[in-house]
Design a protein. Structure first.
Length: 202
């Protein structure tokens, strides 16, 4: 019994560590493009040069349209509005994917009276949607992600004058579906979580 408890505690600690690491990465992706112009605005030698370097690297090697970015204190963000919107979409995918990662499907649904469809909470909808999506064939999830990301190319080539809010929405859509596909691959690599979700659904 003691050994089993120790194993459960180790698994829980590992899951929490992975979740914190993922949250740290998502936070860096979201805040990094905002921090770069703030560093440049300080005018301080090291900070300003670091912000300029981050902007130059990201705009040259990552962002397809660096000129279409918001400006903070007179300095452009490190990426365009579309790329920054993608980080917002990744956060949305995390909130959908998180119930399965944290093993909260069972905590939310087992031993609970069934609710009418219009009485499901937002968290319940996230759980239902994530479970439904991750039970579909991986090809469908890949097609959804590629379809959303293909809108980037269409927008760049067919709507070059698109306003920045439209770029954010387009980027968020692509980031959301790409994030869900990546999350489903991560879930497939950890079959224990998939089995837990299956058991809770049954």
């Amino acid at each position: 019994m003691t050994s089993f408890t120790a194993i459960r505690k180790t698994q829980h600690a590992t899951r929490n560590t992975r979740s914190r690491l993922l949250i740290a990465c998502l936070s860096l992706l979201f805040l990094g493009p905002l921090i770069a112009p703030l560093f440049q605005a300080t005018g301080l030698p090291f900070l300003a040069e670091s912000g300029a370097l981050a902007h130059d690297l990201l705009s040259r090697y990552i962002c397809p349209t660096p000129a279409k970015s918001y400006a903070l204190f007179g300095f452009p963000m490190a990426v365009c509005a579309r790329c920054w919107g993608a980080t917002i979409g990744l956060w949305g995918a995390w909130f959908v994917f998180r119930p399965l990662v944290a093993g909260r499907w069972s905590q939310t649904h087992q031993n609970r009276e069934p609710k009418a469809e219009n009485q499901l909470s937002t968290g319940s909808w996230f759980s239902v949607f994530s479970y439904w999506l991750f039970q579909r064939a991986w090809v469908l999830r890949l097609c959804l992600a590629l379809g959303a990301l293909s809108l980037w190319g269409l927008e760049i080539n067919l709507w070059p004058t698109a306003p920045l809010p439209a770029l954010i929405a387009n980027g968020a859509n692509g980031g959301f579906w790409a994030g869900l596909f990546a999350g489903s691959l991560w879930l497939a690599a950890h079959p224990a979580m998939a089995r837990r979700a299956d058991i809770a659904q049954d």
